[in-house]
Structure formats: structure tokens, C-alpha cells
Ligand binder design. Structure first.
Ligand code: TMP
Length: 210
């Protein structure tokens, strides 16, 4: 994977479906904007054509293999980097993404080979900071049941438990060279956000090199 060559910073939120990562990403973007920072909020799967194909796959509108789905995620990511993330980083913006390649590894490895998944993501930029929310799968499912109409492919407790095991595996693998923080996602939103803020404050003080 490639280190970010730009002055802009690339921050990614990761975690299980229903872990509260989207809320934390929103809170962070809002706070950075209040501080007059130049910030760009984004997410995967994207709102572009390939992201739409992925969402319709997850909603069971069409079927193919697990490998095909993961290749689509990688293609969506390539487009996302080219059209959105890299140009924003080159303009010195702080890019905050809700999901990125750790989602491919953690969810994709349920059905695909992890080393193959890493290989097809190998040309992509590694985030400057990845914040992973660790949340109880049962609480995640309860949150989603309240918030969402349709239950998508991955949204069952047993699966989420396996996904979390995969997250732990890849965090251990990439943590040596990269800044990856695992934080307790089962606390109130504000308490989690205070930890996010303190991570950012420390990085701004100590420098962003991992
Ligand atoms: P979300 O839009 O609610 O986050 O849902 C996207 C789903 O797609 C979620 O279950 C995680 C999964 N996913 C992957 O399997 N691989 C990926 O690379 C990404 C970005 C998401």
C-alpha cells in the first residue's frame, strides 16, 4: 500500500454495521468545519455508478460470486481515490471517509481469501489515521433494527462476530506501520467523540507521521 504523499490528511472510520461510525464521522466533520478547517466528507460504497451496482447487489437485486462483489468494491475504491480522495488531499483538505479498505478485508474475508483481498487493494493509499469502533454485534443489530427498513446481507449477529474477528486480524497485521486506533463503541455518542477529539488533538500536537 502507498503512503499519503500529500499535505492533506486522510482519516477513515471503520467498524461493524450499526457500530456508530457514521455518526462519529459526521461529528468530526462538523467540528472540523466549526474550526474553519478545510474538510471533505465521503463514504464507501460511493454514490457513483460502481457504488450503485454494489448497493443493488447487497439489496439482492442481482447476484454474482463473492469474488465479483469484492472486485467491484476495489473498482469503486479506485474510482473514489481518483475522482475524490486524491484531488482533495492534493488541495490540502482533511478527508474523512466512512469505510475504506479495512471493510473489504473484514467483510470480504467471510467468503474470499484475505491475501487475495489485500493484493487487489495493494495499489491504494493507506489512511493517515484509521479509527475502528469496537461495538458489541448484538447492540449493532439492535441499533440497525431501529434505524433501517431493510436488513441487508451482512446484518446478522453471527456474521458480525466473524467480521469483527477479521477486523482484529487485519488490525494486528497493519498496525506495525500504520496508525490504527481501536476505540470502545459501546459508550454514549458524546463519550466516544471526546476520545476521537483527543486522538486528533494529540496527532496535531505530536505530528502526523506514523
Ligand atoms: P453501509 O453503506 O451501510 O456501510 O453498508 C455497506 C456494506 O458493505 C456493509 O455491510 C459493509 C460492506 N462492505 C464490504 O463488504 N466491503 C467493502 O469494501 C465496503 C466498503 C463495505
Amino acid at each position: 500500500m502507498i503512503k499519503n504523499p500529500h499535505e492533506g490528511k486522510f482519516i477513515v472510520f471503520e467498524g461493524l454495521d450499526g457500530s456508530g461510525k457514521s455518526t462519529q464521522a459526521e461529528y468530526l466533520v462538523k467540528k472540523l468545519k466549526q474550526e474553519a478547517a478545510k474538510v471533505h466528507k465521503t463514504f464507501e460504497p460511493t454514490q457513483y455508478l460502481i457504488g450503485g451496482l454494489i448497493r443493488s447487489f447487497l439489496g439482492n437485486d442481482w447476484k454474482s460470486s463473492a469474488d465479483c462483489l469484492q472486485l467491484l468494491f476495489a473498482a469503486d475504491r479506485a474510482y473514489h481515490l481518483e475522482k475524490e480522495i486524491l484531488p482533495a488531499l492534493a488541495k490540502k483538505l482533511i478527508v474523512v471517509s466512512d469505510r475504506y479498505f479495512f471493510s473489504s478485508f473484514a467483510y470480504g474475508a467471510l467468503d474470499c481469501d484475505l491475501n487475495w483481498l489485500i493484493k487487489i487493494n495493494d495499489n491504494f493509499l493507506f489512511p493517515d489515521l484509521t479509527i475502528v469502533l469496537k461495538s458489541d454485534p448484538k447492540i449493532c443489530i439492535e441499533r440497525m433494527a431501529k434505524e433501517r427498513f431493510s436488513v441487508e446481507l451482512f446484518e446478522q449477529v453471527a456474521k458480525l462476530e466473524k467480521v469483527w474477528q477479521n477486523y482484529e486480524k487485519i488490525i494486528a497485521r497493519f498496525r506495525i506501520d500504520n496508525d490504527i486506533r481501536v476505540i470502545d463503541g459501546d459508550r454514549p455518542i458524546q463519550a466516544i467523540f471526546e476520545e476521537v477529539e483527543s486522538i486528533l488533538a494529540k496527532k496535531n500536537k505530536d505530528g502526523w507521521k506514523s
